[in-house]
Design a protein around this ligand. Sequence first.
Ligand SMILES: [Zn+2]
Length: 65
Amino acid sequence: MSVERARSPFDRLRRKFEDSELRCRACGYLNDDGGWRVTTTGSRVRYQHVCPKCDNIETRELRLG
Ligand SMILES: [Zn+2]
């Protein structure tokens, strides 16, 4: 049995994020195995990715609603 999730604009944004390449802006390293770390605070969702090569932290923030 599968649970179908409602498709919201946020879901689509998240998909776009998770499908996008994780390329470090500092050193250009492409992290194929990496993923975003997601934290939610109130109506904001923060995505963070730490580059394994140079420890640069990429941060993106999405607003819900
Ligand atoms: Zn890097």
